[in-house]
Design a protein around this ligand. Sequence first.
Ligand code: ZN
Length: 195
Amino acid sequence: MAEGETDEEYLDRRDAQYERLLSYEPTTIADYAHQPDHGFWGDREFERKFQEEHSKRAGNYLIAYPKVARLLRRGVVRCPTRGCFLADVFLFPLEPSGERTLALTNLTRGESRTSWVNWEYSDNWHVAPIYLPASCRHGSARLPLGWFEEIVATVEGWKHVLHTHEEVYARLPEELRRGKASRTFHPPAALWRPK
Ligand SMILES: [Zn+2]
């Protein structure tokens, strides 16, 4: 809080900043993934809500522009029973360099959920979401955000500098190894709850 500011003034200022940042229309794809310096670092409620809405804006953009979505998509998650769509994982370019991963899941009731996977928080333990729910009429799963990052690493062939690709590949969990070529993945068996 700024000096001499009442709680109410603080919340008003916070709301105004939230509205201002989210009403800004990105002009490039990299803009969609850019994490602005919002000035409310340490306010967990603000950080959580801001990331959620910020990722939703990027998800809506991809839903509106399927051609861009195809370019940015790195993997699809499907249900193990009938192959229903459960989630997409995208890689957005960042300026001047780097990438940001976006996970988008589908729920039976026609909703979708989004989250940036690699997003900065003041306190990862208490603010960062750890999973996104996904479901179809055959079952449901809570998909860990870290797992989406592993999908991207698998598809992109990212590896630790000390390991060869073969070593990394041999060590991958079964469900990631199988999905690598087709870029289609199934939730880890331990997480899938059939109906
Ligand atoms: Zn299904």
